[in-house]
Design a protein around this ligand. Structure first.
Ligand code: GLA
Length: 768
């Protein structure tokens, strides 16, 4: 809810308040962002008021302000604020400006043109600030959303000066905090090791977290968390910030000697500038802000609601994803139609619902050297064409999906031979290749128009039910002939990409799209406005994946996270793992298999079959239930979380161990958010062990083996069943005391649970 009261602007969500005012100079003073406060007649008890201190001041006969000290809603060069700034412009060499309050409006159905927007806004407050001398208008937007504490901010600049000006920076959001003790949590990484949690105490000076390779990147994620030092999972204050944008982003955290912290985020200006002609406006992407006074768990809860309700859209918003089987890790480029059909058929027999043909199906693509851009069947491998394969798959009763990398071109391709000017290259230098490919110039509308038609027709011809939209390299050589100013290219690329995606989504409203960028190189809220899920990482080894997913889950709901069971040993880490652990980790996401089921052992085949059956019964809860972290696989001795249905009727509880340890601490199942007064039944999902995989561990000490199924059978059977713990208790007992999980092998007690390195378990909790 947005309340305008005299000079005050108050933005309330259920549990948070954001407050600022126009001061007598016309400067927007930030007053407060934190736990909800009631409406007051005035907020002078909380305001900074007139300033005094070292530095230059702005004053009139009513007021005096040191902008270098003052908490503000926006900042610009020239009026004494020497901190990092929201706006930096260049008007023919003049860098200074002065934006003062001019007016405001409450807007309904506000949308930023050309960029993805959070939808179903409640209302938007637009504040107009004018530089009268330069005839420029800066507008700040604040939007609220039903059902979540997340708010969004954005900004725009309109030029009425009669001449061209250059924007060197226009960020989306600014918050000046009147406190400086913060822990900053960020998520950085690299290919196959995305989303590694980094924690630091905010120090004096500027900390910048940003990407510079054309994508939101896995190097530094745009999602960041700023916590008070006493913040924990369940108590204390924390802020979560993100950006609805897929290009270069930056978050600045400036801590000064006056016990203030300024936070800014938006498009990274390192490789950005924008020439704005008279009469034109430039819009910054939407930034998301959320405050939780109840610790990180509540922050996550609010973000999940926001992403589900206001970011993901279309037919697949709440629809169960089909269980997919993808051929990539099984066959890579080495397939024939027969092999694909055999793989799909086996997948179908075991319960899969969607067959995805990954890279290698088009042009002359038998390696990653060639053919990106030629989106027609590779007839050497698919002599009957892609439509015929799609028919065969459909006849089996499976959905059919294809891999595309629409933003790329191989130099060895018909597209590049016909249109070398479609690729981003620099006129003075040899273009840089990555994975033997160049990036198409999506800053150029002609290229985007071509792609909308060409890729769209390929999707139609292949009768796709699903598309994996990949993007396997970062952007370099971004001197587009379509713009005179190289500083514009990467943002124009993002705008071109969004136009491309918008057109494709409009043409194929029923197709399920999944975003991928060499794994998790473009995981952001911008892409999620078009596609309901992203491929989180090319690392599907369960322990590594558990860590990646735990970080992602801080902001993104389970349904958004693409997760597959792949073969063992894992392709990236070479670590061996049990198929059941692979499943337990993958099943919480947009789920599938990425292996050849014809090559599985009998035990693993049985497991796969049982897994799919169990998954189908629980998939809506797994994907769309409310996720609550209990403990961290990164920071605690084991990772645990619970996913609870909104009506509290059922839940799934996950436990994941780290490396096997003798005498490891007792594990308890201790869910949250159940109905305290209802009786629940807990039932462990029983797992299969492949005797030959665990035999080495247990054969030497049969005396300590107990448990119903595996003590006497070691020599005789291949398939050992795990324990299957069941219990019944009131929600309050489970939540307050917890359920004791069976002792683990090596715990010094008679063990019932064989927990190997990185072992996992899943429990279903159901109201009686
Ligand atoms: C990327 C993706 C993989 C796979 C390959 C195909 O690396 O992340 O899942 O699709 O491309 O080349």
């Amino acid at each position: 809810m947005i309340t305008v009261q005299g000079n005050y602007f108050k933005i309330d969500t259920k549990k948070s308040t954001y407050l600022f005012k126009v001061n007598p100079l016309g400067i927007l003073e930030h007053i407060y962002y934190g736990k909800a406060i009631p409406n007051e007649k005035d907020y002078s008890f909380l305001e900074e008021g007139e300033g005094c201190g070292y530095g230059v001041m702005m004053k009139n006969d009513r007021y005096l302000a040191y902008l270098d000290h003052l908490s503000q809603e926006c900042s610009f060069k020239g009026r004494g604020d020497t901190r990092e700034l929201l706006l930096q412009i260049d008007c023919s060499g003049d860098l200074e400006c002065e934006f003062l309050y001019e007016g405001h409006e409450i807007l309904h159905d506000f949308e930023i043109p050309g960029l993805p927007n959070a939808n179903h806004k409640e209302e938007t407050l637009a504040i107009y600030l004018k530089d009268k001398a330069k005839k420029l208008t800066l507008c700040l937007y604040y939007s609220t959303y039903p059902g979540t504490d997340v708010i969004t901010r954005s900004s725009s600049l309109k030029n009425d000066s009669g001449k061209k000006i250059r924007i060197n920076r226009l960020l989306s959001s600014q918050i000046d905090f009147d406190e400086d003790e913060f822990i900053l949590k960020t998520f950085g990484g690299t290919w196959a090791k995305e989303s590694v949690l980094q924690k630091r105490t905010l120090q004096h000076g500027v900390t910048k977290i940003g990407s510079n390779n054309g994508h939101s990147s896995c190097i530094h994620s745009p999602f960041v968390v700023l916590e008070k030092p006493d913040c924990s999972l369940t108590s204390g204050g924390c802020y979560g910030f993100n950006l609805i944008y897929s290009g270069n982003h930056a978050g600045y955290f400036e801590r000064n000697n006056l016990h203030k912290v300024r936070f800014l985020n938006g498009i990274n200006d390192d490789s950005f500038s924008w020439d704005l002609s008279d009469g034109e406006s430039f819009f910054a992407p939407e930034a998301t802000l959320c405050y939780s006074s109840e610790g990180e768990r509540e922050l996550t809860h609010q973000y999940h609601r926001f992403v589900r309700e206001h970011i993901v859209r279309g037919e697949w918003q709440y629809k169960d994803h089909p269980v997919l089987i993808n051929d990539w890790e099984a066959l890579t480029f080495n397939f024939t139609e027969e092999k694909l059909v055999a793989l799909a058929r086996r997948g179908k027999e075991l319960g899969c619902e969607l067959f995805v043909l990954d890279d290698g199906w088009f042009g002359k693509r038998n390696s990653d050297n060639t053919s990106l851009g030629d989106w027609h069947a590779n007839l050497a491998k698919l002599p009957n064409g892609i439509g015929s394969l799609a028919d065969k798959i459909h006849e089996m009763g499976l959905l059919f999906g294809l891999w595309f990398e629409p933003e790329m071109v191989s130099r060895d391709s018909d597209l590049y031979r016909a249109h070398p000017e479609f690729a981003l290259t620099h006129k003075d230098y040899e273009p840089l290749e990555s994975r033997n490919q160049l990036v198409l110039d999506l800053a150029n509308p002609v290229v985007v128009d071509y792609l909308i038609e060409n890729v769209g027709n390929a999707i139609a011809e292949a009768k796709c039910d699903y598309v994996k939209w990949d993007c396997n390299r970062v952007i370099s050589d971004y001197l587009s002939p379509s713009t005179l100013n190289q500083g514009e290219t990467l943002h124009r690329y993002a705008l071109g990409l969004y136009r491309f995606l918008g057109a494709i989504m409009k043409r194929f409203p029923h197709v399920l799209f999944e975003s991928c960028a060499a794994g998790g190189e473009r995981v952001d809220l911008g892409m999620l406005c078009y596609m309901p899920s992203f491929w989180a990482s090319d690392d599907t080894e369960p322990f590594e994946r558990e860590k990646i997913q735990e970080s992602l889950l801080m902001c993104y709901p389970q349904s958004c996270i693409g997760a597959h069971v792949s073969a063992s040993p894992n392709h990236q880490t070479l670590r061996e793992s049990q198929i059941e652990d692979r499943f337990n980790v993958a099943c919480i996401g947009a789920f599938g298999y990425e292996l050849d089921p014809n090559e599985l052992s009998d035990v693993d085949t049985k497991s796969m079959c049982e897994q799919i059956a169990w998954y189908k019964q629980n998939r809506h809860l797994l994907a769309f239930g409310d996720y609550y972290k209990i403990s961290s696989i990164v920071e605690d001795c084991r990772g645990q979380f619970v996913i609870v249905s909104p009506d509290q009727k059922e839940a799934i509880y996950f436990v994941g161990n780290k490396t096997f340890e003798l005498y490891s601490p007792q594990a308890f199942l201790k869910p949250v958010h159940l109905d305290p007064d209802a009786v629940y039944e807990v039932e462990e999902r029983q797992q299969n062990f492949d005797f030959y995989q665990v035999h080495g561990r247990v054969k030497n000490d049969k005396r300590t083996l107990t448990g119903p199924d595996w003590q006497e059978k070691l020599k005789d059977v291949e398939c050992l069943k795990s324990e299957k713990q069941v219990a019944s208790a009131l929600g309050a007992s489970l939540m307050n005391a917890g359920m004791r999980l069976d002792y683990e092998w090596g715990s010094g007690r008679l063990p019932k649970r064989l927990m190997l390195d990185y072992s996992t378990r899943i429990y279903k909790i159901k109201k009686k």
